[in-house]
Design a protein. Structure first.
Length: 338
């Protein structure tokens, strides 16, 4: 017992995590608020590991975690946000009490941009299950404005968060389509994909609201990324079916249907061709789920995995630079993880 009393807050936290003494985790975190920078950072690394192993445990001590989002050390703030992303991805209910704190980090223009990005990502995961709790007008405005950032990874996370909001409750973005399409020509393919997916999700609920994005979506039918082309075709198909009119672009603008994502593109091109004015020149029917919210949700993770995978030539999937062998999984040119 004497050894326990002499143990540092960090040592007590490590032991509490290992023994699943969640109440002691909370007490240790409180004591760590005044510990050294290194001890606070190590404590958050311990919590990051716990987020992977037992994310639901955070429900019992989340109030002791959220104060670290405003720590003086930005590395501590970033580690905290990353831990909450991991928890939110696996157990979004556990993070709902932290929504105000995460929203504050997102809204703080003086905050380190990676902290803002991770806060947005955590909010997005929660929005999949609790859109009403996350998608306030202020949060949506902060996510949209953030798409103008220069840092690719930040824009990716914010676009992903908007996608999650749309997948959780498409109606939340039905009046914001015109703002989203402003960024459909972003240089980053993940940003384009997430936004096209968000717009397609909105179209599943309110297809006529996509009218404001018709031209921008049509331009994406010639996108260099197959998954962006497919989502654009899906969104345009929803619009065409609603209005009973064809929005089909010339075949030459659809790109090759026999690329690395043949099935994804071809199914959605068939959906587009079968929509609108009743043109049934394509004898194949679209795959089940295309043009439905459930279908969009079910195919998004796999599409992102394909987009972010390094190609066979060892090139960065974001900027195309050749990646050095044996290097950390971060592009030396654009600085984006792959």
């Amino acid at each position: 017992m004497d050894d326990t009393r002499r143990a540092s807050p960090l040592e007590r936290l490590v032991e509490a995590v290992e023994t699943r003494a969640d109440e002691e985790v909370s007490d240790s975190l409180g004591a760590l608020r005044t510990a050294s920078d290194e001890d606070r950072k190590q404590a958050l690394r311990e919590l990051r590991g716990l987020a992977d192993d037992r994310p639901t445990a955070f429900e019992s001590f989340l109030p002791a975690v959220t104060p670290f989002l405003t720590d003086d050390d930005r590395a501590v703030r970033l580690l905290t946000a990353k831990a909450l992303v991991a928890v939110a991805a696996a157990a979004p209910d556990a993070v709902t009490p932290a929504i105000p704190a995460l929203a504050d980090r997102l809204a703080d223009e003086e905050e380190f941009y990676y902290v803002r990005a991770r806060s947005a990502e955590a909010l997005g995961y929660v929005a999949l299950e609790h859109p009403d709790a996350v998608a306030s007008p202020d949060v949506l405005a902060d996510l949209r404005v953030g798409l103008s950032f220069d840092e690719p990874e930040v824009k990716q996370k914010l676009a992903k968060a908007l996608e999650c909001v749309a997948l959780g409750d498409p109606g939340r973005l039905r009046h914001r389509v015109s703002a989203l399409v402003e960024h459909l020509d972003d240089r980053d393919e993940l940003v384009r994909y997430h936004l096209c997916t968000a717009i397609a999700a909105v179209g599943c609920d309110a297809p006529d609201s996509l009218g404001a994005g018709r031209s921008a979506l049509s331009a994406r039918l010639a996108d260099e990324n197959a998954f962006v082309r497919g989502r654009a075709a899906e969104a345009l198909g929803l619009l065409a079916r609603e209005r009973g009119e064809s929005v089909m672009a010339p075949d030459s603008e659809l790109g090759a249907e026999s690329d690395e994502a043949t099935a994804f593109v071809a199914e959605r091109v068939r959906f587009l061709r079968a929509s609108g004015d009743g043109d049934d020149s394509d004898s194949d029917s679209p795959a089940d789920g295309v043009g439905t919210l459930a279908g969009v949700r079910d195919t998004t993770a796999d599409a992102v995995a394909e987009i972010t995978s390094t190609d066979a030539d060892g090139e960065c999937p974001h900027c195309g630079v050749e990646l050095p062998e044996g290097a950390p999984p971060m592009c030396p040119s654009c600085g984006v993880p792959y």
